[in-house]
Design a protein around this ligand. Structure first.
Ligand SMILES: [Zn+2]
Length: 273
């Protein structure tokens, strides 16, 4: 029996509308102890909060504006998201209602120039603004980065001293890229299904440059299903394939992978499991 935490799962997505209860049930049975849900825009902030209300203390929300959702109206989007964050972030304030879940991170946020650089400048500004939120609220960052690592690292460096930490989600890079991210010492890499893909270099890269106290587990479901489920809708219960492959890569037992990654989640997110 595994015990793990899915630190990045779009469980609020339409893909799960028909059978979300069953997906959560299978996750629990597979040993998934918590599921963290990232928002990508104002509308998904609401759907994420709705799903987290349905599974209190099991599904935990993260709010932010995803780089691929940054367009001309990004300032209005950020204003709306900030108003959702404000009353819920402080541990000192009582929850407004037992059904208002505490937000555990800012995310997912970052830079993505894979498809387009149309809103490059807006992406930079929106990301930097949300990095400042992290410093102000001391909520960790759930970071999405594609084809933009230099620009992203440059922004983080400006605030590094004041940031509580975070996750570079869906890490797929090489030795040098891993090392560059790990220079931010309160940050970890999010590892998911890509590790199991046939052409992935991660089984060699990770044990070479990434200590076990610097990774967390994620599905990025419904995307990134691991082999042998590749191409299907992903879900938290499939994480055992990732755990097995990680254990193999590091040459340790699966329990040790679970123990380390759970500790890392507690450290980065400051939550009790
Ligand atoms: Zn995501």
């Amino acid at each position: 029996m595994f015990n793990y935490i899915d630190t990045h799962c779009h469980l609020d997505g339409q893909e799960f509308a028909e059978d979300r209860d069953a997906v959560v049930q299978r996750a629990r049975e597979a040993g998934c102890m918590r599921i963290f849900l990232p928002a990508i825009d104002v509308a998904t902030c609401q759907t994420v909060l709705d799903v987290c209300r349905q599974y209190p203390d099991y599904c935990l929300p993260m709010l932010g504006l995803h780089p691929e959702e940054v367009r001309a109206d990004w300032r209005e989007q950020l204003a709306a998201i900030k108003s959702l964050l404000a009353p819920r972030t402080s541990n000192l304030e009582p929850r407004t209602s037992p059904l208002a879940p505490r937000i555990i991170a800012i995310g997912e946020v970052g830079l993505d120039y894979y498809w387009s650089r149309e809103f490059e400048q807006e992406q930079l500004e929106a990301f930097e603004e949300q990095v400042r939120w992290s410093a102000e609220t001391q909520l960790p960052l759930m970071i999405h980065c594609r084809k933009a690592q230099n620009e992203l690292v440059a922004i983080l460096k400006k605030y590094a001293q004041d940031l509580p930490g975070g996750v570079f989600h869906c890490f797929t890079g090489n030795d040098q890229e891993a090392a560059e991210f790990l220079q931010f010492d309160r940050f970890v890499l999010g590892i998911g299904g890509v590790l199991t893909f046939k052409k992935s270099h991660l089984p060699e890269v990770l044990p070479r440059v990434v200590p076990l106290d610097r990774i967390v587990i994620e599905t990025d479901a419904p995307y990134m299903a691991p082999v042998p489920m590749r191409g299907q809708r992903n879900e938290p219960a499939y994480t055992r394939y990732v755990l097995t492959k990680l254990a193999e890569s590091y040459g340790v037992g699966e329990e040790e992978i679970c123990r380390h990654t759970n500790e890392n989640v507690k450290k980065v997110f400051g939550i009790q499991i």
